[in-house]
Design a protein around this ligand. Structure first.
Ligand code: GDP
Length: 319
């Protein structure tokens, strides 16, 4: 059994590689919901959807989000009718949000709604939201707080960030199945996702970080930092804001209390000793997932780096 923690861009590509390497039914994916938003009255879960579309073979390769070949007729009509239109929803994608909202309104939990959507898309891996409680990533800027999507999509992450917090996290519970999937698994893989705004919200749900420290499975993380820079998105800026080193060492610092192995790109070899100094092993490989073959090779290299179980639980020295 393999358990993956992920966001929606680098993470979704990585999940595709893992299900090409092992039977999808052996894979549980725990997904960030800190980016969720209510848009046109609909419950949108961008990371859950990217992972589901990736697993169903529907994810738009070019954009990295939404459905391949989607049209945007509804968005254009909504814009004409005076609705906000900075958050782009394709027509086929819209059906997912309508269905999720309908299931939630009928009393299902987000876990149940996610499972129902995954079943309809013939996905055999298990997709779990991190929590059924509302946890909202809030970005502190000069002009006040923004939701993650306001920061990321509307402002295109150009505004300086002074802080990030996860509203509602302290009182949130891990969704059913999450802690079990961390405790009873052969390996935990932290996808190459933003450590602050994709994995950060998951770790902020009480109980999840402790389960990662205590599990007997080895924990590997794949660095989203390649050649000292993010492949896409604001990971470097947000890591700097958090006081983390802006290199693969910063990724290791973010996870140091539970991480056994960091999978980093060959071009970051010079920084490997700084990671090893933290007591974390480094496995160097190609981590750029620019083809199906590269995704599979990265998943295989990661799985090869985590074969044994831990001798003992990691000490929880979380900052
Ligand atoms: P979000 O939910 O859209 O923020 O998506 P994620 O957090 O899952 O993914 C964003 C991160 O993925 C960024 O920090 C990128 O640097 C990283 N990323 C994207 N593509 C790749 C890739 O091919 N290889 C690696 N190593 N990282 C990647």
């Amino acid at each position: 059994m393999i358990t993956i923690l992920t966001g929606g861009t680098g993470g979704a590509k990585f999940v595709q590689g893992v299900v090409a390497a092992v039977p999808p039914a052996d894979v549980t994916v725990i997904v960030n919901t800190g980016d969720d938003l209510t848009w046109w009255g609909l419950h949108v879960s961008p990371d859950l959807d990217s992972v589901a579309y990736a697993l169903a073979g529907l994810l738009c390769r070019e954009r990295g989000w939404g459905v391949e070949g989607d049209t945007f007729e509804c968005l254009a009509r909504m814009q004409r009718l005076g609705a906000q239109s900075w958050f782009q929803l394709g027509d086929r994608d819209l059906a997912t949000h309508l269905r999720r909202t309908q299931l939630l309104a009928s009393g299902r939990t987000l876990t149940e709604a996610t499972a129902e959507i995954a079943r309809s898309l013939h996905i055999s891996a298990r997709i779990l939201p991190m929590s059924n409680d509302r946890v909202e990533t809030r970005i502190v800027t000069d002009t006040g707080e923004l939701s993650f999507q306001e920061y990321f999509v509307r402002e295109r992450y150009r505004v300086p960030v002074h802080g990030v917090h996860f509203s509602g996290a302290a009182g949130a519970r891990p969704a059913p199945g999450v802690l079990d999937a961390l405790r009873h698994t052969d390996a935990v893989l932290i996808a190459p996702s933003n450590p602050v705004t994709s994995i950060g919200p998951i770790l902020a749900v009480p109980g999840i970080r402790a389960a990662l420290c205590e599990t007997h499975a080895r924990v590997a993380a794949i660095s989203p930092i390649v050649g000292g820079a993010a492949v896409s998105g604001p990971a470097v800026e947000l890591m700097r804001m958090r006081g983390l080193t802006t290199s693969i060492a910063g990724v290791a610092e973010a996870y140091r209390d539970f991480l056994d192995v960091l999978i980093a790109d060959q071009r970051d070899a010079a920084t490997a000793p700084a990671v090893e100094q933290l007591g974390i092993s480094v496995c160097l490989t190609n981590t750029m997932m620019d083809s199906d073959h590269a995704k599979l090779a990265l998943a295989q290299a990661t799985l090869e780096a985590v074969p044994q179980r831990r001798q003992r639980a990691k000490v929880n020295s979380a900052r």
